[in-house]
Design a binder for this molecule. Sequence first.
Ligand SMILES: [Zn+2]
Length: 345
Amino acid sequence: MAEGGRYVIGVDLGATKILAASFDVDKGGSIKAASHEVKLRTPSDEGSERLIDSLVEAVESLRTAKAGFECLGLGIAVPGPLDREKGIVRYTPNLGLENYPLAATLGKRLGLEVRLENDVQAGVYGELKAGALRGKKTAVGIFIGTGIGGGIVIDGKLFRGSTGSAGEIGHMIVHEGGPLCGCGNYGCLEAHASRTALAKDSIALAASGRAPKLLDEAGLSFRKYRSSAFAASLNAKEAPIEKAVDRAAFWLGVGMANLVNILNPEAIVLGGGIVARFGKRYVTVARQAMRERLMPGLADSVEILVSELGDLAVPAGAALMALDHGAAQAGGDGNHGSGSGNGEK
Ligand SMILES: [Zn+2]
């Protein structure tokens, strides 16, 4: 590749890691595969100055990776509620930021305009414009991790809702009186089907000696119950863990049925570490539970897809949102053309 070129940068600021990537922007304004990516540990307990330093370090290493790097925009995605227009993070439980002007502070340090976005909405946007949802008009994205986040696409656009927080799919109540959720309600989808929910069941199984491989991988430390530890247990065919995973997938399917009955989407894309690691069986169980609960005639209406962009969905979406915002500000229509290709499968 020749030196120089036009790039857009996306950053996924998570509670444990910062993932930043630069994307080559073609003449039509669409992005190609990430040209460079940087992963750093998030200094989450060390104050906002230290956090900004790490973000600057990540972005600068992308900018200096190539001579003649022209940056067309920078988007940063964070969990939790935010004011997109003002670039203010309202609250992030694991990052210690509260009413913090992240976009302005970071922008000043970097000499760039910074666009702030919600992480899951950015992830769904990434899949819509450059991943599994390319070309879809009506779709839902569900990202399963520590929690469950989601995003809704209507008429080919991300649906934001009246205050910008549409898509809290994890807090759909699927079982009134079910397990307690982090949000304070009982029986949310997240409390049944997130990795955290799965870990709660599995740690008890490991402690009682019914999943020796999982115990070997993760011990009894809740934080070590990550997707890779579960995958090791599944590979060892530990039946109690298979059952717990099937149960989490079943509840995901119940949530998916509600979404399909209400929104009649063309496709649902599933993303997150669990989906990437658990593979076919997990998706099959979820799809079956969904099909059994759909209104007559809807069973074959929806495609269940798996994220194409993986970890890069969030940086890609944040980058594309910044690019589109810049184009709209410059008087363009914000359509960078990548969504118009024939992405149907
Ligand atoms: Zn909840």
